[in-house]
Design a protein around this ligand. Structure first.
Ligand SMILES: Nc1ncnc2c1ncn2[C@@H]1O[C@H](COP(=O)(O)OP(=O)(O)OP(=O)(O)O)[C@@H](O)[C@H]1O
Ligand SMILES: [Mg+2]
Length: 387
């Protein structure tokens, strides 16, 4: 006898049209099963009709509850999804309330979060068998953790971007009001304020440029770049472009390019942006004259996802980054400290680097020792011979 019938549920799992249109209570004998036109009548003696087997055939996670909310069966997909968290799910206050409400109504859907062992968001659709005495409830589960994280990230992103823009904007509005009112005839104050306003406006423009470039990169992230970029000219061009910034900071830059490197499979503009962002950080966060090295070398065996490749790196002997920040540096808007350099940054530079490296099928690694310096390396694939 199947588990299903042993617990008095008759053939409640069969589609509605197979059931007689009357109340069904456990002591009644099961009605003769009818089949959809064209199909042979189901044979109740076949093991294929047992509840666990039918539920296990479903690709979707499903849990069947008997009267008293006892678990009759959790199918394979539900066990894979929940592991040993099924009792915790059944005790979850939102699910308990939904089960209480279920009497009478036959369908309800609730979203709930389970925080242990890891945060998960589940949508549970509850369906009760309406017939008196059956007491059957089917819980159909879907894992919405990823969707929930994406929705929260999108909301955080909009909140962060607005916040980052609001600060310089508020300062600009403040200075404009001061120049129109109390400082209208104060020439030295006007010169000072205009310089600050220029810096704030430049910061807003930089933030918007970074946001636009991030979204452009993400738009093409699924398409591998088809360019071929020899390392030496790229590194020299980027190093030259940073000359004025290096001079202003009193820092030095050494460019070290290994001989005979093959061209990288890359988009030249995006790769230049990677190096610009890394050099900008090395100069900006050194807080004083620093020694910076921009290097290109052949990858050591095992340093990348495939054989060969080129490693580009920017290292500095600046203050370094505390280890607790390292895993979060590539998050959008994340800044490791609020020192003088951080106040001018938007926290998007390394997020852009991460997305560009991802698009190239490369690897990004950030190593830093507080008090000694930081080295950011990017492994990139090389263009195969003859392509
Ligand atoms: N070479 C470095 N030395 C010390 N700290 C660094 C270095 N590079 C990055 N950081 C830290 O990592 C944080 C994130 O860097 P990221 O480049 O993403 O943003 P940002 O420089 O603040 O702003 P943006 O690059 O958008 O102008 C920085 O705020 C800084 O605290
Ligand atoms: Mg930066």
């Amino acid at each position: 006898m199947s588990l299903w019938r042993r617990h008095g549920f008759g053939n409640a799992l069969l589609p509605d049209r197979r059931r007689p249109a009357r109340d069904w209570s456990p002591p009644d004998p099961p009605p003769p099963a009818s089949s959809p036109p064209g199909l042979p009548p189901p044979d109740p003696s076949l093991p294929g009709w047992s509840l666990p087997l039918l539920l296990d055939l479903l690709p979707h996670p499903v849990v069947a509850l008997a009267p008293g909310r006892l678990v009759r069966h959790a199918n394979g997909a539900a066990q894979a999804l929940l592991g040993d968290a099924l009792p915790a799910l059944l005790r979850h206050p939102i699910l308990v309330q939904a089960l209480d409400r279920l009497d009478g109504a036959s369908v309800e859907s609730v979203d709930l979060a389970m925080d242990v062992p890891v945060r998960r968001v589940l949508r549970v659709a509850l369906r009760a068998d309406r017939r008196a005495g059956s007491g059957l409830v089917l819980l159909s589960l879907s894992d919405r953790t990823e969707q929930d994280a994406v929705e929260r990230m999108r909301a955080d992103f909009v909140a962060n971007a607005s916040h980052e823009l609001r600060t310089p904007l508020a300062s600009l509005i403040g200075f404009i009001e001061t120049l129109q009112g109390p400082a209208a005839d104060d020439a030295p104050a006007r010169v000072r304020f205009l310089a600050i306003m220029e810096a704030q406006a430049a910061r807003m423009a930089r933030l918007i440029d970074n946001l636009l470039s991030l979204s452009r990169i993400q738009m093409h992230e699924h398409r591998r770049p088809d360019g071929s970029v020899p390392p030496a000219p790229l590194l020299r061009r980027v190093a030259d472009a940073h000359e004025p910034q290096l001079r202003a900071a009193g820092s030095t830059l050494a460019v070290d390019i290994a001989d005979g490197l093959p061209p990288m499979a890359a988009d030249p503009d995006q790769l230049a942006q990677v190096l610009h962002n890394l050099l900008d950080n090395a100069i900006k966060y050194a807080r004083g004259p620093a020694r910076i090295v921009l290097r290109a070398e052949a990858a050591q065996a095992g340093s990348g996802p495939s054989q060969g490749g080129v490693v580009l790196s920017v290292s500095d002997d600046g203050p370094g980054i505390a280890p607790q920040h390292l895993p979060r540096l590539t998050e959008r808007f994340y800044r490791a400290d609020d020192g003088p350099g951080a106040r001018t940054g938007s926290g998007l530079g390394l997020a852009i680097v991460k997305h560009i490296v991802g698009r190239h099928g490369g690897r990004l690694s950030i190593e830093s020792t507080p008090g000694q310096g930081t080295c950011v390396s990017v492994w990139l694939p090389v263009r195969p011979h003859g392509t």
